[in-house]
Design a protein around this ligand. Structure first.
Ligand SMILES: NC(=O)C1=CN([C@@H]2O[C@H](COP(=O)(O)OP(=O)(O)OC[C@H]3O[C@@H](n4cnc5c(N)ncnc54)[C@H](O)[C@@H]3O)[C@@H](O)[C@H]2O)C=CC1
Ligand SMILES: O=C(O)CCC(=O)C(=O)O
Length: 389
């Protein structure tokens, strides 16, 4: 029985992937083998000795201490693209909210009614304060052309916008999905200097943290409208408050409100609703649960952010799953040990991702725990699992 701990509310469709005869799932299991999480902050989380995998039902993994997981041989999964449509739809809404003062206008109407005014009369008099421009004919800069950015860029062309996209690491898949109408910007300056609207779709990393700061906003057009459905830390809040106050930034729509940014003029704050649709919650939960299940049961890795993709058909009685440092001699050490113990390899795959590697060895006979223990003791080995078919 595998024990799975949930750190956030996970859609029942995902939980149903983990059948009750093999998995015990709850928010209070101890010594868990796996974790299902959405946005809970895990940076201070004490890993159980048993913990083998964390599946993030979503895209961003900045809430998970990835380096600490890799060192401990814990596989971290996410669910690429599973919530992209939900975020794209909210991005369209955010573009409109950045323009048309819809939220401010709606709040004003309610306060008028609350103050006893004849709403039908005052709206016609008061509406001029909520005028805002149309999207059609304006320039949009999309920073980050991954699962979400590509969809936002493509749909914005259909709204009549001229779209520039910037992504120095554009994947082949993303390039193939990108509309021919979207212009590739080769640097951020092109986006900053030319765009009326800028929308962020990059992960929050040490490189992207605070990228929208005083220097960046200095290059932007006066009255630019900025949309951040990616992560709060991408924007320097102090610099943004100054830019909002001066009118340099005409509107800032963020899915990541905090007490400071809420003080700003023309801030539209959304309570992290980007992926909050039943469809997206279900897609993410199902994908995350499937990834966790396949890893715990078969050692297969798909969509991990810290380890390589490795899916191998079973071809023996026992399977050794070895997470180790990606260093010369690691595989020779493993196979040397197996041959010393008289273990015949039926099938073996090794893949690497940056500093870490994963080796799966299928053997025809049942392997003893002693062999797994010997491999575990090798230099650079982070985690060894022995699975029997
Ligand atoms: N508001 C919400 O509820 C949600 C927020 N997100 C956020 O959106 C981010 C993007 O999500 P996806 O598009 O699904 O991820 P993705 O991994 O498919 O795309 C991210 C893209 O950003 C690019 N990138 C990385 N560093 C860059 C840089 N310095 N400059 C320009 N491009 C850069 C990558 O090459 C990649 O193409 C996530 O990391 C997450 O933080 C994602 C889903 C829901
Ligand atoms: O689970 C959620 O609602 C948040 C989604 C998100 O921020 C992400 O996928 O990166």
């Amino acid at each position: 029985m595998f024990r799975i701990k949930t750190l956030n509310k996970i859609s029942p469709a995902g939980l149903s992937v983990l059948d009750q005869t093999r998995f015990s799932v709850s928010d209070d299991v101890e010594n868990e083998d796996g974790i299902l999480v959405r946005s809970a902050d895990m940076h201070e989380y004490q890993f159980s000795d048993n913990l083998r995998a964390i599946a993030r039902a979503g895209a961003g993994t900045n809430n998970i201490p990835i380096d600490r997981c890799s060192e401990a041989g814990i596989v971290v999964f996410n669910t690429p693209g599973a919530n992209a449509n939900a975020v794209k739809e909210l991005a369209v809404c955010a573009l409109l909210m950045a323009s048309r003062k819809i939220t401010a206008g709606a709040e004003w109407v309610r306060t008028q009614a609350g103050a006893g005014a004849d709403v039908e009369k005052v709206v016609e008099k008061g509406k001029s304060q909520f005028v805002g421009p149309e999207l059609s004919g304006k320039m949009l800069g999309v920073i980050g052309l991954g699962a979400i950015g590509v969809q936002v860029a493509n749909i914005a062309t259909k709204l009549g916008m001229t779209v520039f996209g910037y992504d120095p690491f554009l994947s082949v898949d993303a390039a193939l999905s990108l509309s021919r109408l979207v212009h590739r910007a080769m640097d951020l300056e092109t986006i900053y200097k030319n765009c009326d609207y800028i929308t962020l779709h990059v992960p929050q990393t040490p490189e992207t943290r605070g990228m929208i700061n005083e220097d960046a906003m200095h290059m932007m057009k006066g009255g630019v409208r900025i949309i951040n459905l990616a992560r709060g830390g991408l924007v320097n809040d102090d610099d943004m408050l100054v830019a909002l106050e001066s009118g340099k930034v005409a509107a800032y729509v963020t899915d990541f409100p905090n007490n400071k940014i809420l003080q700003g003029k023309n801030v539209v704050a959304i309570p992290h609703l980007g992926a909050s649709t039943p469809e997206s919650e279900e897609n993410c939960a199902v994908m995350a649960a499937q990834e966790l299940k396949d890893y715990l049961e078969n050692g297969n890795i798909k969509n991990s952010v810290n380890l390589p993709t490795l899916v191998q058909e079973w071809s023996g009685e026992s399977r050794l799953c070895i997470i180790h440092k990606n260093v010369p001699g690691a595989i020779a050490n493993i196979t040397g040990l197996l041959s010393k113990d008289g273990v015949n390899v039926e099938n073996m795959t090794n893949k690497s991702k940056k500093e870490y590697a994963y080796t799966v060895v299928d053997v025809g006979t049942r392997v003893s725990q002693t062999v797994a223990d010997e491999i575990r003791a090798l230099d650079g080995v982070c985690r060894v699992r022995l699975l029997n078919h």
